[in-house]
Design a protein around this ligand. Structure first.
Ligand code: GAR
Length: 223
């Protein structure tokens, strides 16, 4: 392609603990030639995570770092950091990763690590977010992609999606409606971060004017 400089795709490692439907949404997005990121490794703290198979099916390298093999959170995070360095990660996506990370680890990845949470933060942090929403009687619920900071389920908000709470909803039906939106917004947020479109100023995240950049696929043999 004469006259056009190709930019290498940003190397992303996805951390999971479970089924990996958000991982699958990221895999599908990264499969598009114009997408600015490539998933170079998927790491799970749970050897039985269904997402591992999804990654393998897509030809992505997987690693299990079982937190039960480590005596402390710090020791687990040191192992995780070593795996990220080995994968030459540039960005990290938490996709249903259900372990709290130490402040020291989070600071290393400041501005370079995203998380998806199944609520409209700052409402309903932690677990059972759909039951929390139903119990609170809110009429609108949703999901959030945010930049990870040491505090749990906090950090500058990149994008949110909203769904109605219907009178007949239970946690399962509401959760399914939210999950559909998660699969839309997570690839979008990763795209923005990977192509350098985000300006973060305190808690405010602003979108820069998009620029069209041609991306080259990294050499798979390097992975
Ligand atoms: C998703 O709903 C994600 O938002 C949530 O776990 C689920 C994982 O599903 N994450 C958290 O609650 C983190 N605080 P998945 O494995 O099918 O992507």
């Amino acid at each position: 392609m004469r006259g056009i400089e190709m930019v290498a795709k940003t190397r992303v490692v996805v951390l999971i603990s479970g089924g990996g439907s958000n991982l699958q949404a990221l895999i599908d997005a990264c499969a598009q030639s114009h997408f600015p990121a490539q998933i170079v490794c998927v790491i799970s703290n749970n050897p039985d995570a269904g997402g591992l198979e999804k990654a393998q099916r897509a030809g992505i390298k997987t690693r299990v770092i079982d937190h039960r093999d480590y005596e402390s959170r710090e020791a687990f995070d040191v192992a995780l950091q070593a795996a990220l360095v080995a994968a030459q990660a540039q960005l990290v996506c938490l996709a249903g990763f259900m372990r709290l990370l130490t402040s020291a680890f989070v600071r290393v990845w400041e501005g370079k690590m995203l998380n998806i949470h199944p609520s409209l933060l700052p409402s309903f942090k932690g677990l059972h977010t759909h039951s929390q929403a139903l119990d609170a009687g809110v009429k609108w619920h949703g999901c959030t992609v945010h930049i990870v900071v040491p505090e749990m389920d906090a950090g500058p908000i990149v994008v949110q999606a909203v769904v109605p709470v219907l009178p007949e909803d239970n946690a399962q039906t509401l959760g399914a409606r939210v999950l559909e939106q998660e699969h839309m917004i997570y690839p979008q947020a990763l795209k923005w971060l990977a192509q350098g479109s985000l300006d973060v100023d305190g808690v405010q995240v602003m979108l820069k004017t998009p620029v069209k950049i041609p991306y080259s696929q990294g050499n798979p043999s390097e992975d």
